[in-house]
Write a protein that binds this ligand. Structure first.
Ligand SMILES: C[S@@+](CC[C@H](N)C(=O)[O-])C[C@H]1O[C@@H](n2cnc3c(N)ncnc32)[C@H](O)[C@@H]1O
Length: 200
């Protein structure tokens, strides 16, 4: 799989990205109370802006990402006694059914097949496990300057149905943030949703 983040990795941790991930984290942690006994898994961990803040709260975090360059930046931040396990590749590579908590910020729109990924999550999570997804609501493609990506955001009704069909109860879907960008004098608001599902 081509690493499309090579150019972005070294400068990923910008003040904007740090702010964006903090907003997601505080919304997620308002609803979920991670436990030290939990094994967590992050999809599209990137440089660890979200996952490294979850690490102290849980027993272990598996951080999954397809970009070697993003994982390389993340690796530099890990301490010797780190509770992080890095997994280079797609979520389908993870096969154990021992996960208590899955989270993902702004990565679902990069996945090759979201429905298949959700179905896979049902096979690696324990009953009662929480899944938290933060991503964009359907947009016109301008968020990535019309660069080809698998999903231009999501219709949260469709996404919720995919979770339900895979064996989850959807507890919450809400817009938790709006990103405003002005390009060529055109201002666009991009809504970010959070979806919280529980494995039945
Ligand atoms: C927009 S970045 C978000 C990174 C991080 N979650 C954050 O908020 O800073 C998307 C991340 O998803 C990763 N990614 C893209 N496709 C993926 C896939 N199929 N499976 C897992 N990770 C993927 C990218 O390499 C990148 O690190």
């Amino acid at each position: 799989m081509k690493d499309t983040f090579v150019e972005k990795a070294a400068n990923w941790d910008s003040p904007d990205k740090i702010k964006m991930t903090k907003i997601f984290l505080s919304e997620m942690l308002f609803h979920i109370n991670p436990q030290s006994s939990w094994k967590a898994l992050e999809i599209g961990a990137g440089t660890g802006l979200v996952g490294l803040n979850v690490e102290p709260l849980v027993g272990k975090v598996v951080m999954v990402d397809t970009s070697e360059s993003m994982l390389e930046v993340l690796k530099q931040k890990l301490h010797d006694d780190s509770k992080v396990e890095l997994l280079h590749g797609e979520i389908f590579k993870y096969k154990q059914q021992d996960i208590d908590f899955v989270f993902s910020a702004m990565a679902f729109h990069h996945l090759t097949d979201v429905e298949k990924a959700i179905q896979h999550l049902a096979t690696i999570t324990k009953p009662g496990a929480w899944v938290v997804v933060g991503d964009l609501v359907t947009e016109d493609g301008s968020f990535h300057s019309f660069e080809l990506i698998p999903y231009c955001g999501f219709d949260t009704t469709v996404l919720s149905k995919q979770f339900v069909q895979a064996g989850f109860y959807v507890k919450l879907v809400k817009i938790y943030n709006v990103i405003t960008r002005t390009i060529d004098e055109k201002t666009t608001n991009y809504e970010q949703f959070i979806l919280i599902a529980k494995r039945l």
